[in-house]
Design a protein around this ligand. Structure first.
Ligand code: AFP
Length: 292
């Protein structure tokens, strides 16, 4: 079956945005081929958050930047792994924010990891001003979920016969109730009301699922419904939270930083961190209510 991603994005948005997203998608095979050679190999340097930068982090960042900039449609790439943005043609239309390898500490233990991308036209802005958001999940198979504001759609990368991304779920929709929950960080870091709320989830039928990779954990909420959260401001607003909020809200879910939708938070810097809650609307409402 021939590749369907390029045409799907072109129909939902336009040919230029489709070309950028297609370039990100096509990078997946080369990225996965690097995993065995760079697992757990630590390059001397640290990234701007003081986290050890695996060779794979740095390599994936550079490889993806090159693939996007060579489309001549990307003016700048801001990345969790870069001190300063990579720049392309100054009059190119798109600006990218990305976490090139989310969950990189999972690579050593061969657990899932992914790539998170947020795309703006002409300038950065609130989450509601993104023109597209996507993540790639490097799991047993490679999947890509994207939105341009017309629903959230999942593609799977086929490798036999025609190599390409074919649609596997169109207009993904979170189940209205039930599902899984995964909350990162330590319980003692949560406020007492949140701790009581989380302890009450299993009696309500929610099941614990937490992988240590935001892409893997948010993907599970997309498929099964429920809640992903990292209450301590560890996750990055522009590289992780806003794109994931776009995808979840387009799938009928909701997002919050505890007070308001992550799609409305501007942040005080491109590298800002934020508390993250993503999932079923009813749960997000309860979390915001407890903070009022
Ligand atoms: P790494 O990229 O350093 O593995 O961090 C992954 C992450 O940014 C995000 O993907 C996870 O949701 C979260 O951190 C996991 O944090 P903990 O390791 O504290 O659970």
């Amino acid at each position: 079956m021939p590749d369907q991603l390029l045409d799907h994005v072109a129909a939902d948005a336009n040919a230029e945005l489709a070309k950028v997203i297609d370039a990100i998608a096509k990078a997946s095979i080369d990225i996965r081929l690097e995993f065995p050679y760079r697992m757990g190999i630590v390059e001397g340097g640290e990234n701007k958050y003081g986290e050890q930068q695996l060779k794979l982090d740095a390599w994936t960042n550079e490889f993806l930047c090159d693939r996007m900039i060579e489309t001549n449609l990307v003016k700048a790439v801001y990345s969790e792994e870069l001190e300063q943005p990579e720049t392309g043609l100054p009059d190119a239309p798109y600006i990218i924010c990305m976490d090139p390898l989310d969950g990189s500490s999972n690579v050593k233990s061969n657990n899932s990891c992914g790539t998170i991308v947020s795309i703006y036209k002409n300038e950065l802005g609130r989450g509601s001003e993104q023109v597209a958001a996507l993540f790639k999940l490097y799991g047993p198979v490679t999947t890509l979920a994207y939105t341009v504001g017309k629903g959230t759609h999942q593609f799977i990368q086929q490798l036999k016969h025609d190599i390409g991304f074919v649609i596997s779920q169109e207009n993904m929709t979170l189940s209205a109730t039930g599902g899984i929950y995964g909350i990162g960080g330590k319980k003692e870091e949560w406020n007492p009301k949140l701790r009581t709320f989380v302890e009450g989830l299993e009696p309500r039928g929610y099941k614990l699922r937490y992988s240590g990779s935001m892409v893997g954990d948010v993907n599970q909420v997309l498929h099964y419904g429920g809640l992903f959260a990292y209450p301590k401001p560890k996750l990055r607003l522009n590289y992780e939270a806003k794109p994931m909020a776009f995808l979840i809200e387009q799938a009928g879910g909701a997002s919050t930083n505890g007070v308001q939708s992550l799609m409305e938070v501007l942040g005080d810097s491109v590298d800002a961190r934020t508390p993250v809650f993503l999932g079923n609307k009813d749960l997000i409402k309860e979390i915001e209510k407890m903070n009022r």
